[in-house]
Design a protein around this ligand. Structure first.
Ligand code: ADP
Ligand code: MG
Length: 709
């Protein structure tokens, strides 16, 4: 211990030096900093980035102050310092600050005699801090003070670090942090090593790594800051992409798969004689991509993106027929029981009379049926298993699973996907279908180990859904509109929010809504049915059938119908309390109509009071039907972590990179990584050793697939 200390006090820092050895810190403060800010080494400090910068060349005037809560710099003099006793003998220090244009109150709630003696009176100086407004009078608490005579010559942007009261109270103010950072950066030469090849730095015109750290803390000017920012973001994106690219490369070269060379009778018979409609060009193209993948003795890992209603299910079905033609079983997983049931129904119907054996496995499958499923799976007579997560259970064993399709709602992470691989000695081909489009930057990041197919075309003759925003006062006309549509033979959904925190209340609303709708649409002229999550599976199924068969005109439901429900004759979707739904949920719900050739409508009912986020969501829905555009807005509102779902939210913890803003940087990093691995797949070249070593050091153990050494 002693020895280390000696070395560090000599001023030799390295990145792993504990912060207590830094000048001005020591054991007490280092504990505080570690607890509150999570900083324990010199390297952590380098990555402790400013929240924002104060432009020291910019000096405000008291007379120009308008808003409170802004951090500003003023130039003038302090006078009239006094102690004021208030409350129960508490004291504060107060003074006036004046420039040529006016005066401002200064106040210190916590102070020592020493501090009091330090405050320079009647001298030209600068103060920095956040102004607040009491009545008409502006004031500043705990200002930082800089005497004119001691002012730095070079007016750089001044970093403002994230802080908390707990820390400032103990004297660790901005000046302290600036001092520490300056000290570290002053010794940084040789510490911060370049981790990207020179050729790349030159071709992309990136700032060097060390210079970037210096300029992120103490930018020479705005443009230096921007360069530093881009450099550090690029670096993050680059190594992140490298991880995924190495995984993809590993999959392609080493992940053996079952080749499906044949297109046989099951596929051909269906394609020629049973296809209920002509495939769209996009469906054909995507099917070809899948077929080409599965032909090879390499495991397919493909993401199928397509907007709601673009016809992903048919692509899935045709892919499964190819598996059967090659003597393999398939499974198709859905996030909810209703959706699994729905897939099962529509697949069974489409496959009726083809000899394909298909069964459904969910949490509520009876023991007797389970037994049959287990034995048919194991002896190979079951061709297709449709189900929920129940399919993943260890008890479920296939004879030869060749293709696994995931129709997902919540995004699966890499680890979850891997679980499916284990279902067969040679891992099955994997096709992931997204329920909602994924923002481009997320697809580019978190799915970049997958190949991506996009269905970018809706079936012919679909009319864009007309979406409108209505309020409670419009209810009668909304009901009248629904009646007109029903009279034309159409069907209508009313959807109510059911959000867990306020479940009891939501449940009441749903029941109230059901009654109100039943009154407005009385039996026997109209038939209303209801569907919600608390119903038994059999009741759900009956309600669904009642509506799907056209016997019921109206379905009152919660979001259980959100994903995948398919009743093409339904043409009106009325969403109650629409301000409470998320954007992707609204888009999914709207996707339940517009599935036939009729003009369809979506009516968003809201109260008069809405948050600004709600307003943005409603407005976006009224403006566009494009799921990709909607997903971009959604990401801006919710942030990428929420979009990816809990499974992956941890991995979006980037230090600087912002997935909602930095799409162009991510794209550049991805292209760069791809070019790099094309030229040097196992990173053997001399010029790539630094980046390889950095990658191994940073990500060792995190990526099991990182087979480079
Ligand atoms: P999603 O991509 O949202 O899963 P589905 O697969 O459920 O969409 O398809 C939506 C509806 O469009 C279904 O009723 C389906 O039968 C129909 N459909 C799919 N492809 C076509 C097509 N090429 N032409 C006409 N209708 C189609
Ligand atoms: Mg679907």
């Amino acid at each position: 211990m002693k020895e280390i200390k000696k070395e560090h006090t000599n001023g030799i820092l390295d990145l792993s030096t504990p912060i207590e050895y830094l000048k001005g810190i020591g054991p007490e403060r280092s504990k505080l900093i570690k607890n509150v800010l999570g900083i324990s080494t010199v390297e952590d400090f380098l990555y402790f980035f400013p929240l924002r910068y104060l432009d020291k060349s910019k000096i405000y005037r008291v007379a120009d102050l308008k808003e409170e809560n802004v951090e500003i710099q003023l130039k003038g003099k302090i006078y009239d310092l006094k102690e004021i006793t208030y409350g129960r003998g508490q004291k504060r220090l107060s003074a006036k600050f004046r420039d040529e244009t006016g005066a401002l109150d200064l106040v210190w709630f916590q102070y020592t005699q020493w501090l009091k003696d330090q405050i320079p009176l009647n001298k030209e100086l600068y103060i920095f801090g956040r102004v607040s407004l009491f009545g008409q009078q502006f004031s500043m608490a705990h200002p930082e003070i800089e005497l004119e005579e001691k002012r730095e010559k070079e007016l750089r942007l001044r970093p403002i670090y994230p802080s908390s009261e707990k820390i400032t109270k103990r004297g660790l103010n901005q000046k302290f942090f600036q001092g520490i950072q300056a000290h570290i950066l002053g010794h940084v030469t040789g510490l911060v090593q370049e981790n990207l090849p020179q050729s790349l730095i030159q071709s992309l015109k990136l700032m060097g790594r060390q210079e970037a750290f210096v300029n992120i803390h103490f930018p020479k000017d705005t443009s230096a800051f921007e360069q530093a920012d881009i450099r550090l973001k690029f670096e993050e994106a680059f190594f992140f992409q490298l991880g995924y690219a190495l995984k993809k490369q590993y999959n392609k070269t080493s992940a053996v798969g079952n080749p499906f060379p044949l297109v046989g009778d099951f596929f051909n018979d269906f394609y020629q004689n049973r296809l209920p409609f002509e495939l769209t060009n996009a469906q054909k193209r995507v099917l070809k991509e899948i077929r080409n993948d599965m032909r090879l003795p390499i495991q397919m890992n493909r993401l199928l993106q397509g907007d709601v209603g673009s016809g992903k299910t048919m692509v899935a079905l045709l892919s499964m027929l190819i598996a059967i033609d090659n003597g393999f079983q398939s499974c198709m997983m859905a996030p909810t029981e209703i959706l699994a049931q729905q897939h099962f129904n529509s697949l069974s119907e489409a496959l009726f009379g083809t000899g394909v054996n298909i069964r459904l496995l969910t949490g509520s499958t009876k023991a007797a049926e389970r037994k049959i499923i287990h034995s048919e799976l194991e002896n190979g007579t079951l061709h297709i298993l449709v189900g929920t997560h129940a399919v993943l259970e260890d008890k479920v064993k296939f004879k030869n699973l060749g293709l696994a399709i995931i129709d997902e709602q919540h995004r699966f992470g890499v680890e979850q996907r891997a679980k499916l691989w284990m279902k067969n000695k040679i891992p099955p081909h994997i096709l992931i279908m997204t329920a909602t489009p994924i923002p481009r930057t997320l697809a580019m990041s978190f799915y970049s180990d997958l190949d991506v197919s996009v269905i970018d075309e809706l079936p012919m003759g679909r009319k864009p859904i007309i979406t409108a925003h209505r309020r409670e006062k419009d209810r009668n006309s909304v009901f009248r509109f629904a009646k007109d549509e029903i009279d034309k033979g159409r069907q209508v959904y009313f959807v109510y929010p059911l959000i867990e925190e306020s479940e009891a209340l939501d449940y009441e609303n749903l029941m109230g809504g059901f009654e109100r709708v039943s009154e407005a649409f009385p039996y026997p002229d109209y038939a209303v049915t209801m569907l919600h999550g608390k119903m038994k599976p059999q009741e759900k199924d009956e309600a669904m059938q009642y509506f799907a068969s056209g016997k019921a005109n109206i379905m009152v439901a919660t979001t259980v119908i959100e994903v995948g429900v398919n009743v093409p004759n339904a043409s009106v979707m009325i969403i109650e309390s629409a301000e409470r739904f998320g954007l992707s949920q609204l888009h999914q719900l709207r996707g339940r109509v517009g599935r036939g050739a009729e003009q369809s409508y979506c009516i968003l009912m809201t109260s008069d009071k809405m948050s600004s986020d709600s307003r943005t969501r409603i407005k976006t829905m009224c403006e566009t039907n494009d799921g990709f555009k909607i997903s971009e807005v959604d990401m801006k509102l919710r942030g990428p972590g929420d979009i990816l779902g809990t499974q992956q939210s941890g991995v979006v913890d980037f230090k600087r990179l912002d997935l909602a803003q930095d799409g162009h940087i991510i794209k550049a990093a991805k292209d760069t990584v791809e070019a790099l691995l094309r030229a040097d797949p196992s990173l053997q070249q001399e010029q790539h050793q630094a980046l390889k070593n950095y990658y191994i050091k940073q990500y060792k153990g995190k990526n099991k697939w990182g087979r480079i050494s």
